[in-house]
Design a protein around this ligand. Structure first.
Ligand code: FAD
Length: 382
């Protein structure tokens, strides 16, 4: 039986593991962390990702655990809606709306698909040795795992990417830091509010009266708020529209997550070398503005499991050929939106808001149409 070693048990690695196991491969997932408990936050799954998850029979379970996005759109800091779309319009166009769920729900579902013993925790991969055509994953304790295929799903700071493509500059700071927090609340619309200077606040209702909030601000990398991150968020957003100040006043200061945003601005020359394939953030880390990082990791995993053939090492060329042109424009577009939300010049911000507003006036389908190339993706058929 062909053996695939997956490095990393994030959303990309777990999806790949489930997809390969379904195709009859022996799968070993090596994860350096002591548990696969993901960060406590929400996650948007767009129609393209739901379709991909359908191919490993997880899509319907995600739909059950998730909240439909409902009315969603972009607002100004004072609450004025610039553009709005609806779940009905998205469902009519793509078969599904974007859904919102806890990251932990998706991770549990994916891990639950795997046969007992597939995931080995506390097992860091220190290097990939052997040759590209006969790779061997070497753990930090010196254990060697030869494989027909190594899938590097080891995230944005992927050591495998650095090993395979040492000339690549790696992730670049996008100039933006992010905060994420889960709060209680009900009866809210999904919205992302943009204000100056370079501030964004997102409100995304989940099931069970939970609300996922996220925020970004343009600041130098590596900063931490001296008085605590919740205090910093309150300072930045206290004068913004309802329900933002209320949600922040009810948040638990201990549960605010802060991460600087990095992306791979320069695309890799390929997503594979020999029988080693990169996927997810390891291959194409992007800013979160389109909510597509995990969605693209899921697509990668499904396409890779579809194309990989242990008897045809060149099959991974088809993987790079399919996924590089798919993900590169999404990374670029996400980064462009990140830049646009970071504008500080009041005239530029007013012009930006007018453009979004004009687009919004064309109705819910006009805003959605911009997403056709991303949301309209179809998974390969076996
Ligand atoms: C603020 C924010 C909001 C976001 N919102 C969304 C959203 O709504 N929708 C969406 O689709 N995407 C979103 N994303 C992007 C998404 O989180 C990522 O793209 C996605 O989680 C990447 O998954 P991955 O499996 O590629 O990598 P990761 O989740 O980073 O997983 C990598 C795993 O590899 C392990 N690992 C690393 N090195 C080794 C090693 N040497 N040996 C063994 N294990 C190793 C790590 O411990 C980790 O478990 C968001 C990102 C941010 C920052």
């Amino acid at each position: 039986m062909a053996h695939v070693v997956v490095v990393g048990a994030g959303i990309g690695g777990l999806t790949a593991a489930a997809a390969f196991q379904r195709k009859g491969w022996e799968v070993t997932v090596l994860e350096r962390a002591p548990s696969i408990e993901p960060v406590g936050s929400g996650l948007a799954m767009a129609p393209n990702a739901l379709r991909a998850l359908d191919t490993i029979e997880v899509g319907d379970q995600v739909r059950k655990l998730a909240a439909m996005q409902g009315q969603a759109g972009i607002r100004r800091a004072d609450g004025h809606w610039l553009s709005r779309t609806s779940a009905e319009a998205a469902t009519a166009r793509y078969g599904d709306p974007t859904v919102l769920l806890l990251r932990s729900s998706l991770v549990e579902l994916l891990a639950g698909r795997l046969t007992e013993g597939t995931i080995r925790l506390n097992t860091a991969v220190s290097t990939i040795s052997g040759t590209p055509d006969r790779p061997v994953a070497v753990t930090s304790s010196g254990e060697q795992l030869p494989a027909d295929l190594v899938v590097a799903a080891d995230g944005i700071h992927s050591a495998t990417r650095a090993q395979l493509f040492p000339e690549h500059p790696g992730p670049v700071y996008a100039g933006v830091t992010s905060w994420r927090i889960l709060v209680h609340g009900s009866g809210l619309s999904t919205s992302e509010s943009w204000g100056g200077p370079g501030l964004v606040f997102g409100v995304a209702p989940l099931v069970d009266d939970q609300v996922y909030c996220y925020a970004t601000a343009t600041v130098p990398a590596g900063q931490k708020a001296e008085g605590g991150e919740l205090g910093e968020l309150t300072r930045l957003f206290r004068s913004w529209h309802d329900p933002i100040p209320k949600l922040l006043s009810e948040a638990d200061p201990a549960k605010v997550l802060r991460h600087d945003i990095y992306s791979l601005e320069q695309p890799l020359p390929a997503f594979h070398r020999g029988r080693i394939a990169l996927l997810g953030d390891a291959a194409h880390a992007m800013t979160p503005n389109l909510g597509q990082g995990a969605c693209q990791a899921i697509e990668d995993a499904i396409v890779l499991a579809h194309l990989a053939d242990p008897n045809r090492p060149e099959s991974l060329e088809a993987y790079s050929a399919a996924r590089l042109p798919r993900t590169t424009p999404i990374v670029t577009r996400s980064r462009t939106i990140c830049r646009i939300t970071s504008w500080r010049n009041p005239m530029a911000v007013a012009a930006r808001n007018t453009m979004i507003s004009l687009l919004g006036k064309l109705g819910p389908t006009a805003a959605l149409r911009q997403m056709d190339p991303i949301f309209g993706w179809q998974p390969p058929r076996d």
